[in-house]
Unconditional design. Structure first.
Length: 132
């Protein structure tokens, strides 16, 4: 989602609206676990869905995608992972999906849906992609 500036920027108003769209999209998908990096913007992106579902956002280390993938593999239900442009493609592959193309730092609002037992990855755009 769109972020403000600074060392650990929060979401902008547009980013907050995107986080709410994400929450609305996933509210009925039986998500039972939510993971996000410890950055303000990642936690703020996950928070609306966590509140709606009564879940706690669990922090993960983006430098150890294998550890997160191992946790996710044990969960038989839907899981939300909030990552960053430089970590999402590898995370998609680690949880069993076909690795998408690299993302730019300005790519916001793409949801990658990976289903257990399939390498196919569905992409959902919450908003128009940034112009490159």
């Amino acid at each position: 989602m769109q972020k403000a500036t600074g060392d650990d920027p929060p979401l902008t108003n547009e980013g907050t609206a995107g986080a709410q769209k994400l929450s609305d999209l996933l509210a009925k998908k039986k998500v039972t676990a939510i993971y996000a990096t410890q950055t303000k913007r990642a936690m703020q992106t996950a928070e609306p869905l966590a509140k709606k579902l009564g879940l706690t956002v669990m922090a993960y280390d983006p430098k150890d995608p294998a550890a997160l993938a191992a946790k996710v593999a044990k969960d038989q239900n839907a899981v939300l992972i909030v990552g960053h442009s430089n970590t999402v493609p590898e995370l998609v592959a680690k949880v069993g999906g076909r690795q998408p193309a690299p993302l730019a730092d300005t790519d916001y609002g793409t949801v990658f849906v990976v289903k257990a037992g399939s390498a196919d990855v569905e992409q959902i755009q919450l908003q128009a992609p940034a112009q490159k």
